[in-house]
Each structure stands twice: as C-alpha cells, then as structure tokens.
Design a protein around this ligand. Structure first.
Ligand SMILES: C[S@@+](CC[C@H](N)C(=O)[O-])C[C@H]1O[C@@H](n2cnc3c(N)ncnc32)[C@H](O)[C@@H]1O
Ligand code: SF4
Length: 450
C-alpha cells in the first residue's frame, strides 16, 4: 500500500529545523577573528580586470520596528550622523581602492541597511558621487536600493531613478493596522499604494516588496488581505520572509508578546496560502522565499539556469566578487569572506587609523569545500545537481529519505546520481542543500526553516 503524500504544511512541519539560508557556503556562522585586515588587504592587492559588485551598508533608521533583525542604529539626528558617516565611508573607499592595483569597474551596486533613504536627497547624491569617483560604473550597471515607504516622497522616488538606480525594494511586511501596531511599524495602506505609484511613475525596471509571515496578531484572513493588496500593487518581485523571532539575541523583539504570535501550524498555513495566491497572480516561485513575475529577469534566469546567489540573496549577475563597505558589510571572494566591524565606533576607529575595518572572516582553500559549495549552489539556484556516488554515498542515502517524501527525484546512472528538486521540494530547498553541508550533521545552525 502506498502512503498518502504529505501536504505542503505537513512537510514543512516535519522538516522544521534551523537551516542556514545558504547565501554563501561556508556560511557566515563559520567566520572567525582569525581573518582580519591583513587577509583582506592581500585579497584586494590581487590584480583583476573583472567588474565588481559593491554593497554599501547604511545603518540608520528613524525608528525601530520591533521585529527587525538587521544591523541598524535608531536615531533622529539625521544629517548630524550622516555627515560623519559619509566622511568615514569616503575614507573607507579610499583605503580599499588604494589597495587595488588598478581602477575597477562596477557591474552591480546595492545600498542596503538599515534604511538607505534615511539619507536626504543631497546626501544620496553625495554618496553616489563618492562611489563614481572610485569606480567606473558600467553603462548597464544594475543599481538597487532598499527604502522604507514610510518616509518616501515623490521627489525622492524620481530623484533616485535620476541618480541611476534601476531597481528598488521596500518593506511592506503586513498591511493590517493591528499587526502594524503590534510591531511598531505603522504605514497606512494609502501610503503603501502611493509609494508604489511614485516608483512606477519613476519607471524603475524592477520593484520588490518584502513581506513577513508569522508576525504578532497575523491571521490567515489578515494575511490574505495583505496578499490581495500585493496582487493590486503588482511588484515585479516579492521576498516572503518567515519571521525570525530571536528575543534572546534581539532585545527589541522582547516588546513583541509571544502569546500574540501565530502558532507554527498557522504560520505554515499562511505560507502555503501565500504560495498558492502568488502563483495564481502570475508569479513564479524562485527557491523558497522569492517570487517574481514570469517576465522579470529573475524568473527568466531561474528558468534558464542562470541564477546566482550571494549575501543579498538571488541575483542574475554572474559570479562577481562582492565588495562590502560600511559597518557590518560582508565582502565575498572565491577564497575569502570578510565582514566589517559591526558597530560604528570600531568601524570608524579602524579607518581613521588607516586600517581596513575587518572584524572577522574566513579563508577557503580546500578542494572539498569548493566542491560542496558548487553542489549547494546547484541545488539552491538550478534545482538539480549531478553527484559522484563514490564520493557522496552518505549524502545519496539522505537524499533517498527526502525522495520518499517527494522533495527530490533521484536517477542513478553508474557512479553518477542526478538529483532533481520537485515543486514541493522548492519549499524545502535549504533542507535539501543542507545534505551537502557536514556542519549541519553536527549541529543545527541558522534560523528556523519557516
Ligand atoms: C533592511 S530592511 C528593508 C528596508 C527598509 N529598512 C524597510 O524597512 O522597508 C530588510 C528586510 O528584512 C526583513 N526582516 C527584518 N527583520 C526580520 C525578521 N526578524 N524576520 C524576518 N524578516 C525580517 C524585512 O522584511 C525587511 O524589509
Ligand atoms: S525593518 Fe527597516 S526601517 Fe524597520 S528597523 Fe529594520 S531596517 Fe529599520
């Protein structure tokens, strides 16, 4: 007798373990202070004429959303903190580019945070100018920015597009007023619609919205209303995050009453409901928590096997080296990960002393790690992978278990095995990728799956 297949919600419940997001392999959890400015400097000194991806971390926010797990500083001081921040960022760009043997081109630029639109328009122009003084911006530069819709104005939306940004992302999270109050992030629906209207008027090539599932007072009915609003706004891309509730690590989250959180089963039901609704609106599911309209470049890249992954999530821009500036920013090279000082003070102190502000990182040289990185990337981005069964017999045995739940299909051809992730399996893509991560066998690290 064949067992009845598990429903998506039952599958999520069964495999609900902390698993990394695999924006890199090895993950940031294995960074250590053994890697610092010295290693980063020798990396930067290596000659290369390949274009780069640049990430700029703007840590400021005007107020604190209680759910937030991002590295940010809440302050009302505005230009009083931004002016010294830009001054230090200029020094950091000088330090970094002085270490490079030649001027580099930029193919991708991303401003994240915090809230990059904490900067006023004049400060935004100044920061763009600073970057263009240190790098050659490619004519087809993919330039993206994260903004908080609460403070977005029409002039700012048009100004960002004029500056050269062609992609933009804003946090919608949840549109319900009760939920918004329970997390201290009140942005009325009219403001969300207005923000989207201005971004469309500014003619951004791609607009992304972030949603969070699992917030306090969220119910399937309320979340459905948020999703219906999203269906009306028609963003090109949607990031549907599952609320990472870590009150021991994030003191502000203690303001959220645990008894107001939806149960794990309710949360999974909402994710399942979101998945069905978004697909019915014409979105393709990309990996586990990203959706894109069928004609968006991310959906096209997923269909054509051209997706890539870095610390910002899924990208279409090839395997570029990623250079991160600003506090907490991560740089990602083939053989080196390097993360900047998390706090503003030590970040500034290092730069003022003429030292690259690296807090921790990781060097990668072992062939086995590169091979596993390749396999994890294939699973996360292309949803299929070929493995050498003589080398990965243990992994193959684990995959057979996942196959019994319909998450993968396996085909054996001599000593090679092909793994194909099923539609159901895309929900649990991180669990499938974790099969190739030996650290996951020893201890469960990362956030809960959903
Ligand atoms: C830097 S913020 C986005 C830009 C801007 N600051 C805003 O709030 O609109 C990055 C995104 O991370 C997500 N996020 C933050 N904390 C989270 C948490 N604890 N669990 C899940 N998602 C979270 C939110 O969806 C948020 O929009
Ligand atoms: S969600 Fe955005 S605005 Fe809110 S605290 Fe986090 S980074 Fe700041």
């Amino acid at each position: 007798m064949t067992a009845t297949p598990l429903s998506p919600v039952e599958l999520l419940l069964k495999y609900d373990q902390p698993v990394p997001r695999y924006t890199s392999y090895p993950t940031a959890a294995s960074f250590s202070s053994a890697v610092g400015a010295k290693q980063m400097r020798s990396q930067l000194e290596q000659p290369s004429d390949a274009p780069l991806s640049l990430y700029v971390h703007v840590p400021f926010c005007r107020h604190s959303c209680w759910y937030c797990g991002c590295n940010r500083i809440t302050t009302q001081l505005g230009s009083k903190v931004v002016a010294p921040f830009l001054k230090t960022l200029k020094q950091e760009l000088e330090l970094v580019t002085a270490a490079m043997p030649s001027r580099r081109r930029l193919a991708q630029l991303h401003w994240g945070g915090g809230t990059p639109n904490y900067l006023n328009q004049e400060e935004q122009q100044k920061l763009w100018q600073l970057i263009s003084e240190h790098f050659d911006l490619e004519p087809d530069l993919e330039a993206s920015i994260e903004v908080n819709p609460e403070f977005l104005s029409r002039e700012e939306a048009l100004g960002l597009r004029d500056l050269g940004f062609n992609r933009i992302s804003f946090g919608l999270q949840d549109a319900n007023p009760e939920v918004q109050k329970a997390v201290n992030r009140v942005v009325p629906e009219e403001q969300l619609c207005q923000a989207m209207k201005w971004l469309r008027e500014a003619d951004f090539e791609s607009v992304n919205v972030d949603l969070i599932c699992g917030l306090p007072l969220q119910t399937p009915e309320r979340f459905q209303a948020t999703l219906e609003l999203v269906g009306m706004l028609v963003p090109d891309r949607i990031a549907l995050f599952s609320f990472a509730y870590l009150p021991e690590k994030l003191p502000l989250q203690r303001k959220i009453k645990a008894e107001q959180l939806p149960s794990q089963r309710e949360r999974l039901m909402m994710l399942d409901q979101a998945n069905r609704l978004l697909i019915s609106y014409g979105y393709d599911a990309i990996g586990m928590d990203h959706y894109a309209l069928r004609d968006d470049s991310l959906a096209i890249a997923a269909r054509e096997g051209q997706l890539h992954r870095n610390f910002q999530g899924y990208t279409t821009g090839g395997e570029l080296d990623l250079l991160g500036v600003g506090p907490t920013a991560i740089s990602q090279f083939k053989h080196l990960f390097s993360q900047n000082q998390r706090d503003l003070k030590p970040w500034r102190a290092a730069i003022e002393a003429g030292v690259l502000p690296v807090e921790r990182g990781l060097e990668v040289n072992e062939a086995d790690v590169f091979e596993r990185r390749g396999l994890i990337k294939e699973v996360m981005c292309h949803f299929r992978v070929m493995i050498d069964l003589k080398r990965f017999a243990r992994e193959w045995a684990d995959l057979k278990e996942l196959a019994t739940d319909g998450l993968v299909m396996l085909h054996r051809d001599g000593d090679m095995g092909e793994v194909v992730v099923t539609t159901e399996g895309r929900w649990l893509i991180r669990t499938i990728a974790a099969v190739f991560d030996p650290q996951q066998r020893q201890e469960a690290k990362g956030s809960r799956l959903v």
